[in-house]
Design a protein around this ligand. Structure first.
Ligand code: SF4
Length: 206
């Protein structure tokens, strides 16, 4: 008898969180009764993003790419595989940053790279040492540490690549924001819970 392999979730975007990036006027012009209903329809591929005329072309293009990305769960036998804590520049330097800090779980870094590359989002991605724990597990086990983030910043000479000292932590690590801010003395923003929404987060920070 085949043994069903256990899988870990990848936090796909949900309608409520996507809605935070929409106009939230509930005008109904797209045919949905509210922006959150529109978000649900887009994520389930029933509506194309073009149905909301309030969104600009770049936003719609990025949202389409997000919807098309694979969101398969991660097989448990890949858990805790580690990747080096080396700065990764994605899609060239269309201006400096942003600096996205994450864990050093290999699959998380692979998925984030794919998300940023497929949505043509320019960013620096910095894996930091979490013993190979994914962000949610690292926070739970107190392994998403300010000191490791600071170490990775210094070892990679990240200051030389950015216009100003600021970084973005995953939404799942929001509880660590103050500790990271106190140790680094950098601006620390909190990104979305779903990594799939990072491109929209970056776009709306510009
Ligand atoms: S057209 Fe856009 S702003 Fe209006 S309800 Fe639909 S998603 Fe919301």
């Amino acid at each position: 008898m085949a043994v069903q392999q256990e899988m870990a979730v990848v936090y796909p975007p949900d309608a409520e969180e996507l809605c935070e990036f929409l106009p939230e006027t509930d005008c109904g012009k797209c045919g949905a009764s509210s922006c959150v209903e529109f978000a649900e329809a887009v994520l389930s591929k029933q509506y194309p993003p073009e149905k909301c005329q309030e969104l600009d072309g770049k936003f719609r293009e990025v949202l389409s790419a997000i919807v098309d990305l694979p969101k398969d769960p991660i097989p448990y036998d890949l858990m805790m595989e580690q990747t080096p804590c080396e700065l990764i520049e994605i899609n060239g330097s269309n201006g400096p940053g942003p600096l996205l800090v994450t864990c050093n779980f290999k699959e998380t870094v692979r998925i984030l790279r794919e998300i940023l590359e497929q949505t043509r989002t320019s960013a620096f991605l910095l894996p930091t040492f979490t013993h190979g724990y994914s962000v949610d597990n690292a926070v739970h086990e107190r392994m998403f540490k300010a000191v490791e983030i600071w170490k990775a910043i210094k070892e990679n000479h990240v200051e030389d690549r950015l216009a100003r000292p600021s970084l973005v932590i995953p939404g799942l690590a929001e509880s660590e924001r103050n500790a990271i801010k106190q140790l680094t003395r950098w601006d620390v923003s909190v990104g979305p819970l779903s990594g799939f929404l990072i491109p929209l987060f970056v776009l709306t920070q510009d």
